[in-house]
Design a protein around this ligand. Structure first.
Ligand SMILES: [Zn+2]
Ligand SMILES: [Zn+2]
Length: 237
């Protein structure tokens, strides 16, 4: 299984997991025309698009994807908020291993995340070749342990010290700062989250949704590499 990052920022998110020439998309935050241009496998190979929550940078083009024949799957809260999509039902608690969504040979389990959205989700994905992926974006807290994960795709939005200096310099106002702190993951959050996981099967980490203003991406990659000891990737480096 390989990962293609189509876009990864607060301007738009879309990721493609490809295995045996079948693609599972994550997030519908870029126009379908741009996806068509960038996706190496071709749109006809997309089996579904999983969407975490209703914000435009994640779900803004869900309707276009549906119209192009790609089923968009999301929580009931997200589907209601965006007005399209196939709801994934779940209990409103930690539901890993409780509710499975099977799409051809892809197996997806869902978990709740904390974010200022209707019913935001993260995904634990088992690809047909056995690769296990955790995808968690736009969340300020992930109180879970995931076993046997090979590839982590985690939001790494800001560095607290840099955010604080941007607040002091007047580049980030109080309302923005409050929202970032209560709805996004910092590099320190990612480091402590990963430190608490069993990393024995981990072979790669993708850091997502980094802020150009509030994160030194190179320093973040180096910090997380120090924790996991495997390759760490981030868009824009
Ligand atoms: Zn976002
Ligand atoms: Zn969001």
């Amino acid at each position: 299984m390989d990962v293609q990052i189509i876009a990864s920022s607060s301007k738009g998110n879309c990721y493609a997991l490809r295995c045996d020439d079948i693609v599972l998309l994550l997030e519908a935050g870029v126009p379908i025309a741009r996806l068509r241009k960038k996706l190496t496998a071709g749109l006809s190979r997309c089996v579904a698009c999983l969407v975490t929550h209703e914000h435009n940078d994640h779900a803004g083009y869900a309707k276009q994807y549906m119209e192009a024949g790609i089923p968009v799957c999301a929580s009931l809260g997200t589907c209601s908020a965006i007005g399209v999509g196939r709801p994934i039902t779940k209990s409103h608690r930690w539901s890993y291993r409780c509710h499975d969504l099977r799409m051809q040979d892809w197996k997806v389990s869902i978990f709740s995340v904390r974010h200022d959205a209707a019913d935001p989700l993260g995904f634990l994905i088992d690809a047909p070749d056995g690769t296990r992926v955790v995808f968690a974006i736009d969340s300020f807290l992930l109180p879970y342990k995931f076993p046997g994960v090979n590839v982590w795709m985690l939001e790494c939005n800001y560095d607290l010290a840099l955010l604080e200096s941007n607040i002091a310099a007047g580049e980030v106002d109080d309302a923005q700062a409050k929202r970032i702190l209560q709805s996004h993951m910092s590099v320190d959050h990612v480091a402590s989250f990963l430190q608490a996981q069993d990393l024995s099967k981990t072979r790669a980490v993708y850091l997502l949704h980094g802020s150009d203003r509030n994160l030194n991406k190179q320093a973040a990659v180096e910090k997380i590499r120090g924790v996991v000891g495997v390759p760490v990737y981030m868009e824009g480096l």
